[in-house]
Write a protein of this length. Structure first.
Length: 398
């Protein structure tokens, strides 16, 4: 097996998933095109050397349907010879795209692969594909499927995470993201020109957020629970008396638009391009836990990756863990005993935004930049999908 290196990781800014969001005027391929161009220019890369583009995308509907990995590469002017694969493991999709790309390089099937993700939630809203698994409650329950907020509230209930605990996670996410923006730590952002202006800054961060404002927000998923989700969860977990509805719009992920690309290759690629690798992809894994918790898979995947590599949390310098609702972060700390000083040090998707199919690739770039900024060695990226699924990557700074 060959060593696998990440030579570059770039992304757009994350903008609000609204009609007035900065990236909304662009179609998904129009957003990806300047990222393809920047990736090639920054690395003096002839795209003909790229075997495949692998992109994560959750809502493959409308403008995001039809294998956007292949069609976006064609739209960007890349050669017909570049294959395309669009993957969907819910919100861990781009983490899996990177893992798949790495496996292809490691196996010697490819010298260079571009992985990443896209989600334009202002143009293709979450659940707009009307999958029966989410629109038909009886059908969904036969498949052990619940919506994400219900799963997050179950996590909080099972681990005893209070509303105050969850709001504290959200506030820290906002504070850290604000500081990271002020100190210009997000070096992987590529400015994107729209018909209206150039977009180069994440829009969802709330620098003015306070504990008091968070405390005033109403529970977001109590009605969903009353409609049947609570009953299903309590039937499974008979030790619980009630589901505590502690998640609000303030301590849940912010929906947004963004795209991200990562260039992976073998040793020969870097030598021929005369570019140093930024990180080595040491290992990857996918794992699944309790489906009714929905979004705790990032914890399960991190546990599995550490066990596979015979490591403990204290052996890892930095963690980028998907803030798939605040209770997931609380569970991560409890289950993995991760010190807060090395967990999501630049904020997470609660503050910065969660473009579902692109989040894992964005977190990967953030982790690599932070490993270099602090001159640290190892890091883990982990993201949750739905139904308890999760994916994780172990990286080593070069």
């Amino acid at each position: 097996m060959k060593d696998v290196f990440i030579y570059d990781a770039i992304r757009s800014a994350r903008t609000r998933a609204k009609a007035n969001g900065g990236l909304h005027p662009l179609t998904p391929p129009e957003l990806l095109k300047p990222l393809y161009q920047a990736l090639a220019q920054r690395n003096q890369l002839d795209p003909v050397r790229v075997s495949e583009v692998i992109l994560g995308c959750v809502t493959q509907y409308g403008e995001q349907a039809g294998n956007i990995a292949k069609t976006s590469a064609l739209f960007a002017g890349w050669p017909n010879s570049v294959s395309g694969l669009t993957v969907h493991r819910f919100c861990s999709s781009s983490t899996d795209a990177i893992a798949l790309a790495g496996l292809k390089v490691a196996a010697g099937q490819a010298e260079a692969v571009v992985a990443g993700g896209i989600e334009m939630m202002s143009r293709v809203p979450m659940l707009s594909d009307a999958a029966r698994i989410f629109t038909d409650p009886a059908y969904a329950l036969r498949h052990q499927m619940l919506l994400m907020g219900s799963g997050a509230d179950l996590i909080a209930t099972r681990i005893g995470a209070s509303r105050e605990d969850c709001d504290a996670v959200a506030l820290k996410s906002q504070q850290r993201a604000t500081l990271a923006q002020q100190e210009r730590r997000f070096q992987s952002i590529i400015p994107i020109e729209t018909p209206e202006r150039v977009i180069s800054k994440d829009e969802c961060v709330r620098a003015d957020m306070t504990a008091e404002r968070l405390a005033r927000l109403p529970a977001a998923f109590a009605e969903l629970g009353a409609a049947g989700a609570d009953q299903v969860q309590l039937a499974r977990f008979t030790d619980l008396r009630a589901i505590e509805h502690v998640h609000t719009m303030g301590n849940s992920p912010a929906m947004c638009d963004a795209g991200a690309l990562v260039l992976l290759g073998d040793t020969a690629l870097g030598e021929s391009l005369n570019i140093p690798p930024k990180a080595r992809l040491v290992s990857s894994t996918a794992a699944s836990g309790e489906p009714l918790e929905v979004v705790s898979g990032c914890v399960t995947a991190t546990e599995a990756l550490l066990a596979d590599q015979n490591l403990r949390a204290r052996d890892i310098d930095l963690f980028e863990i998907h803030e798939a609702f605040a209770a997931t972060v609380v569970k991560t700390r409890q289950m993995l005993n991760i010190d807060d000083s090395c967990l999501n040090v630049n904020g997470g998707v609660i503050a910065l935004g969660h473009p579902m199919g692109a989040t894992g690739a964005i977190m990967t770039g953030t982790l690599i930049d932070e490993l270099h900024r602090q001159q640290l060695s190892t890091g883990i990226v982990a993201s949750s999908g739905a139904a308890g699924s999760g994916s994780a990557l172990l990286l080593e700074r070069c």
